[in-house]
Design a protein around this ligand. Structure first.
Ligand SMILES: Cc1cc2nc3c(=O)[nH]c(=O)nc-3n(C[C@H](O)[C@H](O)[C@H](O)COP(=O)(O)O)c2cc1C
Length: 237
């Protein structure tokens, strides 16, 4: 899936008043994905979220930093470290830093998150991509470029999860093209303690439920009692 839907949403106050109460009636942890255009945006947002009835915050660092020529915060060691440490000062809840794959060495930005006090890192966000309509000669997306997700990116995500899990001592949450239990197990073998699903939900809204069932089937087939036992257990050639 190639998307450029942007991050528009009704804002944190609306979320807390209308969405959060319903989410809280579900038997699940609520982790809020937070974004901003400046460091001040992230800090303001996280001050508000710190008082909210949520279980944690995931910082989306793939957003353009308007004060740094619109380069994404997450593309440099310094950028990740600065925004993460400023947020850490105001946020007592678990802090996950979500990494962009649009870098040369993702272990550097992962280390920056760890050095700045993040409790975990999650990866990968979408890959910057473009597709052109050959008849009109125009890119399909009005924004020309967008973010690529879904099964096409899975091998890249698995490789990055493996590299990051070897480079940091905090938990790694894996994502990128998971659509079933086997895919989830692959990420866990690469080093992910947990996984999440984005584009797969557009193929089938039951993807997450079926993925849980698939993980359980794998555990039965391989006599695994505790799924944590497979985390990072890939046997390299
Ligand atoms: C339609 C769409 C919207 C997304 N919105 C966000 C977002 O708001 N914040 C974020 O951190 N990642 C966002 N992502 C990225 C996904 O969370 C995920 O990191 C990425 O798509 C790779 O996983 P997947 O292949 O399972 O989708 C979005 C992805 C899609 C497809």
């Amino acid at each position: 899936m190639l998307n450029s839907i942007g991050l528009q949403n009704p804002g944190v106050e609306y979320f807390m008043e209308y969405d959060l109460p319903w989410l809280r009636t579900q038997d699940v942890a609520v982790i809020v994905n937070a974004c901003g255009s400046t460091i001040e945006d992230y800090v303001e947002l996280c001050k508000i979220l710190n008082k909210a009835d949520i279980d944690g915050v995931e910082l989306n660092l793939s957003c353009p930093n308007v004060k740094a020529g619109c380069l994404a915060f997450g593309t440099t060691y310094e950028g990740v470290k600065e925004v993460t440490s400023k947020v850490r000062e105001v946020l007592d809840k678990p802090l996950i830093v979500k990494l962009t794959p649009n870098v040369t060495d993702i272990t550097l930005t992962a280390k920056a998150a760890e050095d700045a006090g993040a409790d975990a890192v999650s990866l990968i966000n979408t890959l910057l991509a473009m597709s052109i309509n050959i008849n009109t000669r125009k890119p399909y997306l009005a924004n020309n470029t967008g973010g690529l997700s879904g099964p096409a990116i899975r091998p890249i995500a698995v490789r990055m999860v493996y590299q990051v899990s070897k480079a940091v001592n905090i938990p790694v949450l894996g994502m990128g093209g998971i659509i079933n239990g086997d895919d989830a197990v692959e990420f866990m073998l690469a080093g992910a303690s947990a996984v999440s699903i984005g584009a797969g939900n557009f193929i089938d809204p039951y993807t997450s439920v079926n993925t849980v069932k698939g993980i359980e089937e794998y555990m039965k087939k391989h006599n695994i009692e505790n799924i944590n036992d497979i985390v990072g257990k890939v046997e390299m050639n």
